[in-house]
Design a protein around this ligand. Structure first.
Ligand SMILES: Nc1ncnc2c1ncn2[C@@H]1O[C@H](COP(=O)(O)OP(=O)(O)OP(=O)(O)O)[C@@H](O)[C@H]1O
Length: 611
């Protein structure tokens, strides 16, 4: 329950709404009890008139008093909803906003470990459970306490003996509730975990729909999805199986209390210890009194669910990035592009990915990197933007250890085109202009009430079409775009489904070029582009990006020969390095690669000629 304390800052922001809401609940519930009291007065007045054979009292006054109490109580309940339910909606937003902001600062390793579907489930289902606890739960909780207290006072006032009789069933109820609630909480968490797995499965199936269809494994996926849903139903039923008997048992206990009151209360009337009016008021109040006991179970369920869900959300809200910006020298505003790897070793567990690597790239140089799959090429690139940090040794940019350069500065001056491009569901132009002019977005405040912070100004993304066109020209994409139905304004579906692999890669390349970065990293990012187009793009790049450092990963010798210096990685170590000519002359692995690729290319040309 310690983690619930972490909700306090959010609640504190809405203190006024909670105070007004809870006060209104109290007054409303006291007003409700006025009804039975007026009924008692009316019945006793009628009985007295009947006994004295006098005229009937004016019943209109009683009726009006009952209507007035109902109106006051109903009106206040409306006010309660406006305060507590509105506050819970606002906190729902505040928590979601804070989680979103925190998550955008987490690094790659967190997302490597997490499943998107699970995160989405937490941000929807778990957040709803927390909202329900903060709004409906708080509202009902305040109601339960006030109705319970006020009815108890009224009942004691009418007859302490009858009240004690009713109270004999309470300890049994509390014991049963306490036992079953713990069971419900455990089973609820298991159901939520399964629900997350299902969301993750659906999300992966939809994003990977081409693989699923390509392998014709729809039936298998449907079967697995069904089995997972069956398990969810089973787990939810296990929750219901406890909840069902719980309500039945509580109703039975309250039924017993009613029977006791009827028998004993009836005898008290006959003995003249209680008037009929008092007895009626007692039973009517008892009806109100039973509600909190029954509702306590529901509120505990809501609270248990909310608390378990909040714990799951805290994992997102409190996750800390492994790569931190502390110790950065904030006076560094830009970089030039000299890169050095000094005795760099990278390990994952006991696997060594890069071994004591030393390498220098002067600003403006193009470094070619090749090596078998899994030899550590991508990891080497990721060290430059600090997507990961070296386990041992140092990476330096302009002679400064990367840890001392603010992350924002480092990353905004390095353009990365990853192996698998990711495009957003926006227009081609917006996708290319994605990383340009991001500084004019106001920072989203966190940890503050939505009521106190003004809504962030709407910043329309300004697309500098001249720059976009310049970038797509270099990336060899302009003629493709002009062939699209709406040119640069063509919407790209989720993950760019309407583009070919090569077009997607070139869009990602144009995006990196548009930022005019000091360092450009191309991680095998033109594998789907034919060699001729690639050669054109690379020589175009050289012309427009003089003085900029390029790191070029490729398996193609035809690509690598554009580099000033080439390294060949094997199991995380540089086994050969030099210029293209030097490496060919070395007659090592690189020369063998070149020989095989020229042979393949000659064979290809021969085939074309014969055809
Ligand atoms: N998060 C991780 N945890 C554990 N091992 C990892 C992680 N990321 C990468 N590796 C491992 O590090 C090694 C190097 O990976 P890297 O992606 O750098 O290979 P690569 O040379 O770029 O290969 P490819 O040409 O196939 O892209 C691989 O064996 C990979 O399995």
């Amino acid at each position: 329950m310690n983690h619930l304390k972490k909700l306090v800052p959010y609640l504190r922001n809405h203190m006024r709404q909670y105070v007004i809401g809870v006060l209104a609940v109290l007054v409303s519930n006291v007003a409700v009890l006025v009804g039975p009291y007026v009924v008692r007065l009316a019945i006793d007045a009628i009985s007295a008139a009947f006994k004295a054979k006098a005229d009937l009292p004016n019943l209109w006054m009683y009726a009006l008093a009952i209507v007035a109490s109902v109106l006051v109580s109903g009106g206040l309940m409306l006010l309660v909803r406006r305060q507590l339910v509105v506050a819970s909606r606002q906190m729902d937003y505040e928590i979601r906003r804070d989680i979103f902001v925190n998550m955008t600062h987490l690094d790659k390793s967190f997302f490597d470990r997490s499943r998107t579907g699970d995160i989405m489930n937490r941000l929807t289902a778990d957040l709803s459970a927390v909202r329900e606890m903060l709004g409906f739960g708080a509202f009902q909780g305040a109601s339960v306490i006030s109705v319970f207290g006020a009815s108890l006072v009224v009942m004691f006032n009418i007859s302490p003996k009858l009240t004690w009789l009713v109270l004999t069933v309470i300890p049994v109820m509390i014991a049963v509730l306490a036992f079953l609630m713990r069971l419900i909480a455990r089973r609820y968490v298991k159901a939520q975990e399964q629900s997350s797995l299902i969301s993750a499965k659906a999300q992966e199936n939809f994003s990977g729909v081409r693989v699923v269809k390509g392998y014709a494994i729809e039936e298998q996926e449907i079967k697995e999805y069904r089995a997972m849903n069956d398990e969810l139903i089973r787990r939810n039923l296990k929750v219901t199986m406890v909840e069902g008997p719980l309500w039945a048992f509580l109703s039975m206990l309250m039924g017993i209390a009613y029977v006791l009151v009827l028998i004993y209360g009836g005898q008290m009337i006959l003995r003249g210890q209680l008037t009929i009016g008092e007895f009626t008021q007692f039973t009517m109040t008892l009806e109100r009194f039973t509600w909190p006991i029954m509702a306590a179970g529901m509120i505990l369920t809501i609270t248990q669910r909310g608390a378990s869900s909040w714990e799951r959300l805290l994992e997102l809200l409190e996750a800390k990035p492994d790569i931190k910006d502390e110790g950065a020298d904030q006076s560094i505003k830009s970089i030039k592009g000299d890169i050095e790897f000094r005795n760099v070793t990278v390990r994952y567990g006991n696997r060594t990915i890069l071994k004591n690597l030393n390498l220098k790239i002067a600003a403006g140089q193009t470094l070619g990197i090749t090596g078998a799959t899994g030899s550590g090429k991508t990891i080497l690139m990721q060290l430059v933007t600090r997507l990961i940090d070296a386990t041992e040794g140092e990476v330096l940019v302009d002679g400064i250890p990367v840890k001392r350069i603010p992350l924002q500065v480092l990353r905004s001056h390095v353009g990365v085109v990853p192996q698998e491009p990711f495009l957003f569901s926006e227009t081609v132009a917006q996708n290319v202009a994605f990383g340009v002019n991001t500084n004019n977005y106001p920072e989203i405040p966190t940890g503050v009430s939505v009521l106190k912070s003004s809504a962030p100004e709407k910043v329309e993304p300004v697309v500098d079409m001249q720059k976009v066109r310049w970038a797509t020209d270099i990336a060899g994409l302009t003629s493709d775009i002009e062939g699209f139905p709406k040119g640069f304004d063509t919407e790209i579906g989720e993950r760019g489904v309407s583009l070919s692999g090569g077009q997607k890669q070139r869009t990602a390349l144009a995006r990196a070029i548009a930022r005019e970065p000091e360092v450009l990293i191309l991680d095998d990012s033109m594998s789907a582009v034919d060699t001729e187009t690639e050669a054109r793009i690379l020589s175009g790049l050289k012309k427009v990006m003089p003085g900029r450092t390029v790191m070029l990963v490729s398996h193609r010798v035809s690509t690598l020969r554009h580099a000033d210096h080439i390294i060949l990685l094997q199991h995380g170590e540089i086994i050969e390095q030099g210029s293209h000519e030097e490496l060919v002359a070395l007659r090592g692995e690189y020369a063998e690669l070149e020989r095989l690729q020229s042979l393949a290319s000659d064979l290809e040309n021969e085939k074309e000629v014969n055809a």
